[in-house]
Design a protein around this ligand. Structure first.
Ligand code: F6P
Ligand code: MG
Length: 444
């Protein structure tokens, strides 16, 4: 693999990496400082002092980033295995915040922030992003209701679906999960089962399908409809996106397309909104709150009961691995990666009939965050993953530069169109308005 294209670097002014490191990371670190200032109000002296000490470290991190400081290895005086992986990749590199490789340093940033908390006994388990996650979910109240009603109505007919209807609904629930972080729920315009085969329903789906620039979903359908069994989700964000993933999971379980669904979460607060195991329970608790979710209680309670039931009987499971919060890309989900969990995950995921990777960061890690020509085939961008038996489905709204699997000319056409109304003609790549659905059967 010596001819791999280069990765994106924070010094690349043509990449979203440039603005991310200079503007967005600063804002994220500043927000965490403010969250701590709120959290220490009226608390014990010891809690306040420890909080202030974390705040100080965060302030100096902020100025380190602003001043393009050097990236330092983690102190190896703890039993956190993940630090070893970071330290190996940082060794002899002299990376700096504003010039180094985007993917590695973005991961490093969240690990580093977490290390400040782990060092304080009264704060080690504090989720700096908790308040944000909660308030974002509470603002999705309309979407939550709509989807709960949709699922409730479908549920009474779920055993009567013929294979054509099943395929249409599989597509719909996949797309709901794909667009899970968008507020536009126009996919749900077709609210009754009778409508799903209608021209209107097809048209509504078609409309947002235009924004899906590459779509391998029919291959994933062939795989799962012919090989029913365990499905895995490598999750992305909590809140509304997790809610849509849960709806999708219920659909897979209740149509018997899947016998078991395993959700893979992050083990530390991550990329602001990513799911930790506890966020699943927080989300269920939030949904039970009738003041925050006052409408369509019957349908929301129906959803909660279903999720709790399948979780309780071991059909819907949550698990985590520190592998997901390493610097490493997913080429390392590999039998030879025996130090940091890649081989264990590989072995586990081989038992899965479909592994669904959600979101942008997971896509960046699948493709190595490299400067691929956009017409490169997905299977040619994921390294050894393409040939080792794993059935991979990536559902990704485009929020970063790396992009593959596009038909000839599409990238150029969108760039030109976008440039007519936007200063940065490439910023469509960071807008979240476009998406890709990419599949690899693992047998190339
Ligand atoms: O590209 C912008 C960005 O914020 C990245 O920094 C990060 O990779 C990603 O989006 C997070 O998005 P998602 O939650 O979809 O992984
Ligand atoms: Mg995320």
């Amino acid at each position: 693999m010596s001819d791999l294209p280069p990765v994106y670097y924070n010094k690349d002014s043509d990449s979203f990496a440039f603005e991310t490191a200079r503007v967005r990371w600063i804002k994220i670190v500043q927000d965490t400082i403010e969250d701590i200032n709120e959290a220490i109000k009226d608390k014990s002296q010891e809690f306040i002092e420890q909080g202030q000490s974390i705040s100080k470290q965060l302030s100096s991190l902020k100025s380190d980033i602003q001043n393009d400081g050097e990236i330092k290895p983690f102190l190896n005086n703890s039993n956190i295995k993940a630090y070893g992986s970071y330290n190996e990749v940082l060794q002899n590199q002299n990376y700096t915040w504003l010039s180094g490789p985007w993917l590695i340093l973005e991961n490093y940033l969240y690990r580093l922030i977490n290390s400040f908390f782990l060092a304080q006994p009264l704060w080690f388990n504090y989720d700096i992003f908790n308040n944000l996650k909660k308030s974002a979910f509470e603002s999705s109240v309309d979407g939550v209701s709509e989807l709960a009603v949709r699922y409730y109505e479908l549920s009474s007919n779920i055993n009567k679906l013929d294979s054509e209807a099943l395929k249409i609904l599989f597509t719909e629930f996949t797309e709901i999960s794909l667009w899970g972080n968008a507020t536009d729920l126009s996919l749900l315009a077709t609210a009754t089962l009778d409508d799903i085969k209608s021209i209107q329903g097809a048209e509504a789906r078609k409309k947002s399908e235009d924004k899906i620039l590459s779509n391998d979903l029919s291959e994933a359908w062939n795989q799962i409809s012919q090989n029913k069994g365990r499905v895995d989700f490598v999750l992305d964000n909590t809140g509304f996106e997790l809610y849509t993933d849960l709806i999708f999971a219920l659909f897979l379980i209740e149509t018997k397309l899947s016998t078991q669904v395993n959700f893979h979460t992050k083990d530390i607060p991550w990329m602001v909104s990513d799911v930790n195991i506890k966020d699943f329970y927080i989300l269920i608790d939030e949904l039970k709150n009738v003041e925050k979710f006052p409408l369509n209680r019957k349908e929301i309670d129906f959803f909660i009961n279903k999720v709790e039931y399948y979780n309780n009987i071991g059909v819907l499971n949550l698990q985590t691995s520190s592998f997901w919060t390493l610097d490493k890309d997913f080429y390392e989900i590999n039998p030879s990666e025996i130090k940091y969990g890649g081989a264990d995950l590989y072995k586990d995921l081989l038992n899965s009939k479909l592994i669904i990777f959600k979101g942008d960061m997971n896509y960046r890690k699948l493709t190595g965050d490299r400067r691929w020509d956009p017409t490169t085939k997905f299977i040619n961008s994921i390294g050894p993953l393409a040939s080792q038996g794993l059935k991979i489905l990536s559902l990704r709204t485009v929020k970063a530069d790396v992009l593959v699997g596009l038909p000839q000319g599409v990238y150029e056409k969108i760039t030109e169109e976008w440039g007519k109304t936007n200063d940065n003609k490439l910023s469509w790549l960071y807008s979240g308005k476009y998406a890709v659905i990419s599949y690899s059967n693992g047998d190339n």
